[in-house]
Design a protein around this ligand. Structure first.
Ligand SMILES: *Cc1c(COP(=O)(O)O)cnc(C)c1O
Length: 400
């Protein structure tokens, strides 16, 4: 057996597997070989070995969140990330709460839609496709509506890739005595969300994003006092965070069949994460990926939807080129043939596509992505990837 650091080093950033493309997507994403290999064994969910794995995982996640005083706990939840978001909302928002939802993309909209299903009262600040919600407008909304008890925000809005100003918002929410819930699905593990620096009641993330595991569960990290208050509140049997927490505390087991192989893979992903230098190490690699990608793509004339200040190291949205011979479907296929799966855009105003910076790859891989993009443009006969003027005018509206 190799030591942890050695093991992850020998892994380097080799291609996913013979002939398999890199997934330049926000998850599922390209995982390390060791993460995939960890699934080649079966575990009994009742067995003490698996219970120890669950306990180890919860401990490691709490350490990642900076919980040095044991004031928080971690509750895993089966399903994709959305299941965990819904579990958090249904459990942490009391029946007679009123929530301020900060929306600037598809995931903020999904939170509002979930509250519609749950029948919880809410109001929203909708910033459109990619404008960031700012502290002063959150403060004004709270002052204008004293019934607001909670605020929900998306940390990195994966639909545009914008990194929302989470510290600024958390400070305003705390200063006004309201409670903050965070969807940090695509940020936790690579961007700081330390409970000692950012005040929140609960946050949610999942196995298959910045921690680089495979999909199958999400997890809630919450203040224990807030967790205790969620008893009997959930609308759903299977998404009841308190019931899952209680059962885990009493038995060490998940309430219903856990995704055992996914948990095993996730533990390996957590070890690699730690060997890489934890949140800061992971964040630095992703930032290097983004920088290599953005500077390379700009050489061809491509432009990012967001100004540099708002670009997350998670995923980058590029405008489609104005050139009449550019066709996204063709570009996608040409990139795939070269070994890279890219991602369509999710904007309503202008045509765009996205390239993820997360997963098991480094700046050298991103330079290959840029090279492949240049070759693909050539094959389409596109000599300039500059966006249409109206796209740039749209971007100019975005504050610096
Ligand atoms: C990925 C993601 C989710 C969850 O999506 P699933 O497809 O259910 O895993 C939620 N919020 C954000 C911000 C995300 O990036």
């Amino acid at each position: 057996m190799l030591a942890e650091a050695e093991r992850s080093e020998t892994e380097a950033f080799t291609p996913p597997a013979m002939g398999e493309p890199y997934l330049l997507t926000p998850g599922p994403l390209t995982t390390a070989y060791a993460v995939k290999a960890a699934m080649l064994k079966d575990w009994g969910s009742w067995d003490s070995d698996f219970r120890a794995m669950t306990a180890d995982m919860r401990r490691r996640l709490l350490a990642m969140a900076g919980d040095s005083e044991g004031a928080f706990d971690c509750v895993p939840m089966q399903g994709s990330g959305t299941f965990a978001v819904e579990a958090m909302l249904g459990s942490f928002l009391p029946k007679y709460s009123k929530t301020l939802v900060l929306m600037n993309g598809a995931y903020g909209q999904r939170i509002a839609q979930t509250l519609d299903y749950l029948g919880r009262a809410y109001t929203a600040i909708d910033k459109g496709d990619y404008m960031p919600p700012r502290g002063p407008e959150v403060a004004a909304a709270i002052k204008a509506d004293p019934a607001i008890t909670h605020v929900v925000v998306v940390h990195c809005e994966t639909s545009s890739g914008i990194l929302n100003p989470i510290e600024e918002i958390a400070e305003i929410v705390a200063a006004n005595g309201r409670k903050l819930l965070i969807d940090s699905m695509s940020a936790f593990g690579a961007l700081p969300l330390d409970v000692r620096d950012i005040r929140y009641e609960a946050m949610v993330s999942s196995a298959n994003k910045c921690i680089e595991g495979v999909p199958g569960f999400g997890f809630v990290i919450a203040r224990k006092s807030a967790l205790a208050a969620t008893k009997g509140r959930s609308h759903s049997l299977s998404l009841d965070v308190h019931a899952q927490w209680d059962y885990l505390e009493k038995t060490g087991q998940w309430r219903f069949t856990p995704p055992t192989h996914v948990v095993a893979a996730f533990l390996e992903a957590l070890r690699i994460h730690q060997a890489e230098g934890g949140v800061s190490g992971r964040g630095e690699r992703y930032a290097g990926n983004r920088d290599a990608l953005v500077s390379g793509m700009r050489e061809f004339g491509f432009e990012t939807l967001l100004k540099d200040r708002w670009l997350s190291p998670i995923i980058v949205t590029f405008f489609n080129p104005a050139h009449t011979d550019f066709d996204f479907t063709r570009f996608y296929e040409l990139m795939k043939v070269k070994g890279f799966i890219i991602y369509p855009g999710k904007l309503t105003m202008v045509d765009s596509f996205r390239i993820g910076c997360i997963g098991r790859m480094d700046a050298a891989v991103m330079r290959q992505v840029v090279k492949a993009a240049g070759e693909s443009l050539n094959e389409m006969g596109v000599d300039d990837a500059a966006p249409p003027a109206e796209a740039l005018a749209e971007r100019a509206r975005l504050i610096d």
